[in-house]
Design a protein around this ligand. Sequence first.
Ligand code: AMP
Ligand code: ZN
Ligand code: FE
Ligand code: FE
Length: 285
Amino acid sequence: MRIDLHTHSSVSDGTDTVAELLVTARAAGLDVVALTDHDTTAGWSLAEAARPSGLTVVPGMELSCRWFPDDQPPISVHLLAYLFEPTHPGFAAERARLRDERLERGERIVTALAAAGYGISWDRIVERSEGGVVGRPHIARALVDAGAADSVDHAFATLLHHRSPYYVAKADTDVREGIALVRAAGGVPVFAHGLATKRGRVVGDAAIAAMAEAGLLGLEVDHPDHSEEERAHLRGLAADLGLITTGSSDYHGTNKVTPIGACTTDPHQLEALLAAGTGSAPFGD
Ligand code: AMP
Ligand code: ZN
Ligand code: FE
Ligand code: FE
C-alpha cells in the first residue's frame, strides 16, 4: 500500500486540478491519497466525483495556524486536518475568516511589490486563481510570468520568503483553537512539517507536548523539508506522546519540484488515523 496524506490542488495553491491530481496519484502507484488544500474543503466534492477506481481519497485540509511563545513573536504552524465534518459551523466560520485574511494580505504583498516596480497585478492574480484560495505561490507565479524571477522557488528565495521586506504575516488561527475546532468537528489534527527550519522559525518540544495536551493526534514525520535528524527527533516525540506518525509529499504540482508520493505513510498509521476520524468518511470503492 502506497499512501500520501498531504497534497494541494488548484483549489488552493497547487497547479493540478483535483481530477488531474487524482490521475497523477494513481499513475504514481498510490493506493491512498489525501487532498489537503489550504483553508478550504472546496475540492472534496470534486475529488469524490473524479476519483479513479482503485484509489481511496481521504478528505482533508491544511489549516493555517500560529503558536504564541511567551517571549517571541508568533510562529507559523500548519495543521493537517482529516475526516472532519465540513459543515461544523464554528470550524467553517474560521476557515472563511482565514480565506479573507489571505486575500487582504496577498493584496498588501502585491501592492508593495508593484509599487517597487515589479510588474504584477493583484486583480490578475485573483482572476488566474479561478476562485481558489490564494497564497504566495500565486504571487510567485505572477513574478515568474513578469520576468522578475526564474522560477517559483527563485521568487520565494528572493522576494517572498518570511524575512523579505515584502512579506506580510497573516492573522492565522491559534493552533490550540485550531486543534479544538478539528476535534469538535470529529476530525484528526496532525502537525504538518513541524521541524521544517527552511520555512522559518519552528516550535520546540514543549510546544508540541502542549499541542498533544490540547488534542493533537499526529505528527507529520517524513516530509521533503525535514532532514533525517529532524525526522528521527519527531519520531521519538511521537512515540513519547503516543501520537500517530505520517509521511507525505506536500505535492503542489509544478509550483514545487517534489513529485507526488515522494514521502509515504505506513499502513498501520493510516489505520489509526482512519479509526480516529468520525466527521466524514474516505471516498473509495
Ligand atoms: P502562504 O500560505 O501564502 O503563506 O504560502 C505558503 C505556501 O508556499 C506553502 O504551501 C508552501 O508550501 C509554499 N512555499 C513555501 N516556500 C516555498 C518555496 N521555496 N517554493 C515553492 N513553494 C513554497
Ligand atoms: Zn501550499
Ligand atoms: Fe504547509
Ligand atoms: Fe502543504
